[in-house]
Design a protein around this ligand. Structure first.
Ligand code: F6R
Length: 589
């Protein structure tokens, strides 16, 4: 999703900005641009496409600048709509969505102002320019403009003649940092990281003024705020693909490590306060989106089956507008790889307002979710670059199952052991390579069904999401028993079916669905831990995963599904790392 960088110092700004933008590339974007102040005058370069398309901009001189990678929301991906947007003496980069842009635009147009893009973001440049004319002070102009903008924004702003960058944040992440004679801003820590830099995460409603000498942070009333800085670590080496053709494939290979690093290791689980909260937890509410929502579904199966803790799993974007009932004794668990997903943050906030403690499960230290939550368990997946989540899903499961294991201890109950999962996952990765040979059955298919019951249905939903997002094939993750209540009408010889069967109590039941789809001409691909099922005549091909406690089986059964999506994506000629229209971190509603 959109990314922001900004620099003020003694070095030339353009190379620093381009370097920062490259570090944000993994988030997904469709156009790029930078604005540099050179002897008090703005110079702007923008392009549709990747950061590399902006190479010429490296020659711009000037030591103050802002840059942006855009993921189109309002207005097509094009050079015209790329940021920075300029009006008068003002240049702006914006992340978020300005909801009253149309109204404000009408007011500006009535003043005779002409717009040069279709974006909601350009309005910020106009409104700030208007107040800058009146105030002559950039911070005050941004402050007054922010008061008129509805929606979410992270803004970094330059003004001709001003040796500073001014920033504002509302519900979209922004981090500012200072070094020796330099100041920085970015929407994401990797774009800033360098040993010794002092950084501050802006809170909602805050503003910042960055000069060569210092970073100043102001509250919603523009009063100066004193804040503890945290020290940034050594610049993280940009992840490399190594011997793999794509990050997604490499990240599947890293699943065992991600599990290992997320099992029981979090200090949070030893923390006295969370222990007290867990002792009084009678219900879990999970709030999450996409793959993280699916890991929540898997957790719910385990929590209810093994410990009988009633658990509701909410799509965060639904929860936030649902007027939720939050009974006493509810612990809300917000699951998010990035920790920046706007809907998950809003849902977690609402749960707190309704009296629930929030436990965050996230992969990113200093993320907005970890700062908002009452407690955080950091998953140990390491940086995930491919847009499609793989190892982070397993890391979330490992953390969530560890949480259950701790709860089991308090309840003097016993859970099946988790320690073997890294090794078992390694075995499954090897076995899953055969999915490459399944691709021809999926090419030219009308749609694909992923079927399962109970916990296998949760795995099926994740398998379907993965296939959709990187192959663009229509697919559904479906409850096997529900098929004949309507959807079976869709099944024919051009509808491959992937069945997941890991629960001994439900195996025969799901096999009934397999018979039904086979009878309609479908090719069936099976992920199971029961060897006898693999040789059934209905099964075109299978991956036999090791036996494991079925409540935890998605930790293994989802691996072949990820691998299948990866190989089909290659077979249809897509780049699995960068699916169209999608972004790694969804910071807008
Ligand atoms: C799918 C995928 C998305 C994310 C979702 C939530 O492969 O990556 O569905 O899972 O956007 O993102 P986080 O976990 O960062 O909140």
């Amino acid at each position: 999703m959109c990314g922001i960088v900004g620099y003020i110092g003694r070095r030339r700004a353009a190379p620093v900005l381009l370097d920062g933008l490259k570090k944000l590339e993994y988030r997904g974007y469709d156009s790029v641009g930078i604005a540099v102040l050179d002897r008090g005058k703005l110079a702007i370069e923008k392009r549709s496409g990747r950061v590399a398309a902006l190479a010429k901009a490296e020659e711009l001189s000037g030591t103050i600048g802002i840059g942006h990678t855009r993921w189109a929301t309002h207005g097509a991906p094009s050079e015209r709509n790329a940021h920075p947007h300029r009006y008068g003496k003002i240049a702006v980069v914006h992340n978020g969505i300005i909801e009253n842009a149309a109204e404000l635009r009408a007011i500006c147009e009535a003043r005779g102002e002409v717009f040069s893009s279709e974006t909601d973001s350009e309005i910020a440049a106009h409104v700030i320019a208007h107040y800058f004319e009146e105030e002559g002070d950039l911070l005050r102009a941004v402050y007054r403009a922010a008061g008129e903008l509805n929606g979410s924004f992270a803004l970094a702003v330059l003004a001709e003649g001003k040796e500073e960058i001014v920033c504002a944040r509302r519900a979209s992440p922004l981090i500012v940092a200072e070094g020796e004679g330099e100041g920085f801003v970015a929407s994401d820590i990797p774009a800033l990281a360098a040993k010794g830099r002092r950084a501050y995460v802006l809170e909602d409603g805050e503003f910042a003024r960055i000069t060569r000498e210092k970073v100043q942070i102001f509250g919603a009333d523009l009063a100066l705020r004193l804040r503890e800085a945290f020290l940034l670590e050594e610049e993280e080496l940009a992840p490399e693909k190594g011997r793999f053709a794509h990050f997604m494939r490499k990240e599947i290979e890293e699943v065992p490590e991600a599990i290992q690093n997320s099992l029981f290791l979090s200090d949070t689980l030893q923390n006295k306060e969370i222990c007290e909260v867990l002792c009084q937890t009678y219900y879990f509410d999970i709030v999450a989106c996409g793959t993280a929502y699916h890991s929540g579904l898997c957790f719910a199966c385990a929590a209810e089956r093994l410990l009988r803790v009633p658990t509701r799993v909410h799509i965060a974007s639904e929860y936030r507008y649902s007027d939720p009932i939050v009974p006493r004794g509810t612990l809300t668990v917000a699951v998010s790889q990035s920790g920046e997903t706007a809907d998950t943050l809003a849902a977690a906030r609402l749960a707190q307002e309704r009296g629930s403690k929030v436990l965050a499960i996230t992969n990113v230290v200093h993320s907005s979710l970890s700062r908002l939550a009452d407690f955080t368990i950091f998953t140990g997946a390491g940086r995930e670059v491919a847009v499609a989540a793989t190892k982070s899903f397993h890391a979330q499961l490992a953390a969530l199952y560890s949480l259950l294991a701790v709860l089991a201890k308090y309840r003097r109950s016993c859970l099946p052991p988790l320690e073997k999962f890294p090794d078992l996952a390694r075995e499954v990765i090897q076995k899953s390579e055969c999915a490459a040979g399944w691709s021809p059955y999926f090419l030219g298919s009308k749609s694909v069904f992923f079927l399962g019951r109970g916990v296998d249905r949760c795995a099926a939903m994740e398998g379907s999401l993965k296939l959709k997002e990187i192959t663009y094939l229509p697919s559904e993750g479906y409850a096997a028993g529900e098929l004949k209540h309507g959807t079976l009408a869709l099944v024919d010889g051009r509808t491959p079916v992937v069945a997941i069967i890991t629960d001994p109590q439900l195996a025969d039941k799901t096999m009934n669905a397999v018979h039904e789809v086979y009878a309609r001409g479908a090719n069936v691909f099976l992920i199971t831990c029961f060897p006898a099922l693999c040789t059934q005549k209905e099964v075109t091909a299978s991956v036999l995963i090791p036996a494991c406690p079925s409540a935890f089986s998605p930790m293994l059964s989802v691996i072949p599904l990820q691998m299948l999506a990866y190989h089909v994506s290659l077979a249809v000629g897509n780049d699995p790392d960068k699916p169209r229209n999608l972004a790694k971190s969804v910071t807008v509603e």
